[in-house]
Design a protein around this ligand. Structure first.
Ligand code: SF4
Length: 384
């Protein structure tokens, strides 16, 4: 590697869990809004869109690393990982990160790319088209390109523009709707209305681009808990997105909602409130053929996933089974789950007796509901 030649590319901080093995191409930095009261992701950054030419240079570096790494793929498709990673010994730390990301991407099929960061479609459509075309040309193994977008931004893009983006190779858009309730959206200062969510969703779906929206059970606090679920079901029913992904609300210290909690204007939802919201969402979503996905460890019952169309009963029975446990057992499960000891309620049977007794002692020591809800909320800080 010489000094003059670019040997690294930008890598942004976020991607959806479903893009864990995707190549990350950063076309923007930060978020255009940056004011949601639960989010501290870009608190110290403004929004920046990188020049197309510099993004193309990043793609060139990726293509070059792909070429180098590909030499270590055997004829049967397997990889000589040891030899491929020996290259790392001759690289700087930044080069290592970039090369390793490309190697890992190729070893997972080299098919998916995620365009970072928080609101990439705020960039003019023509620029995104140019980037997509270049990306697909330089890395022809790509089968799927996805990105994040704020509903407010997405609502300003027409169905025809989405069709152009689709034709150029944009396959899926992730959007953190969080809620379909206008009162909740206002409470969390999302800067978006449910009407904008519906407009955005309809345009995207009309163009044949896949849509993955995120729902946050519990984000409306106790007061708006039922409304959060019912209004989200209304929005989902109108749009019929391909995916509704559950992201259980966690109110973190330092955020605006945490301040509201401290001054008493916002009450934390319990794990059971959040599960009830998921139940309401499933029961009240109509005419949706998409999938409810639960791909994050902060969700209490991660096995609640399936088609809104064909798996409704199966998903509801998982929730009913949980609620059929004695309340004290539910609390023990919450503690065990939030401590990373178990995945599902039946896993409690596998825990050693002493550990169960310890959990029971802790559960028994907190009787006040609000103190318990705070305890469970705080236990989730480490997961987000
Ligand atoms: S739109 Fe997304 S990234 Fe931006 S502040 Fe809100 S939650 Fe954070």
């Amino acid at each position: 590697m010489t000094d003059e030649k670019q040997t690294t590319y930008r890598i942004g901080p976020i991607r959806p869990p479903s893009e864990a093995n995707s190549l990350l191409l950063q076309i923007t930095e930060g978020c255009t809004w940056n004011r949601c009261k639960f989010c501290e992701l870009y608190k110290h950054e403004g929004f920046k869109a990188f020049p197309v030419e510099s993004i193309k240079r990043d793609i060139d570096v990726m293509a070059e690393y792909a070429e180098i790494a590909s030499e270590y793929q055997r004829e049967d498709g397997s990889w000589n990982k040891k030899a491929a990673l020996e290259k790392l010994n001759h690289m700087t730390r930044e080069e290592q990160n970039c090369y390793y990301l490309v190697y890992r991407w190729l070893a997972h099929g080299g098919e998916n790319v995620f365009l970072q960061d928080g609101n990439s479609l705020a960039v003019k459509t023509e620029r995104v088209l140019e980037i997509l075309q270049y990306l697909r040309e330089r890395l022809p193994s790509i089968k799927r390109v996805t990105t994040y977008g704020r509903a407010e931004t997405l609502s300003k893009i027409s169905a025809d523009q989405y069709k152009e983006l689709k034709a150029a190779g944009l396959d899926r858009i992730h959007s953190g709707f969080e809620s379909g309730s206008d009162r909740v959206l206002e409470l969390i200062n999302k800067g978006v209305t449910s009407e904008q969510e519906i407009t955005a969703g309809k345009h995207i779906r009309e163009a044949g681009v896949e849509l993955s929206v995120y729902f946050m059970p519990g984000i409306g606090g106790k007061t708006l808990s039922g409304e959060n679920a019912l209004e989200t079901a209304r929005v989902v029913s109108e749009i019929n997105p391909d995916f509704v992904r559950i992201r259980t609300a966690v109110i973190k210290e330092g955020t605006g909602l945490w301040q509201d909690y401290l001054n008493g204007s916002y009450q934390l939802c319990s794990d059971n409130d959040k599960l009830t919201e998921i139940k309401l969402l499933i029961e009240n979503t109509k005419n949706c053929t998409g999938l409810l996905a639960s791909d994050h460890i902060i969700n209490l019952l991660q096995e609640i996933q399936g088609s809104f169309d064909t798996d409704r009963q199966k998903m509801l029975s998982i929730i009913d089974e949980y609620f059929s446990m004695p309340e004290f057992r539910q609390k023990i499960f919450q503690l065990a789950r939030r401590s990373g000891m178990v995945t599902r309620p039946s896993d409690l049977e596998l825990l050693p007796t002493e550990r169960l007794e310890k959990l029971a002692r802790l559960a028994g020591s907190i009787s006040e509901e609000a103190v318990w809800d705070r305890k469970i909320n705080d236990m989730m800080f480490g997961y987000i």
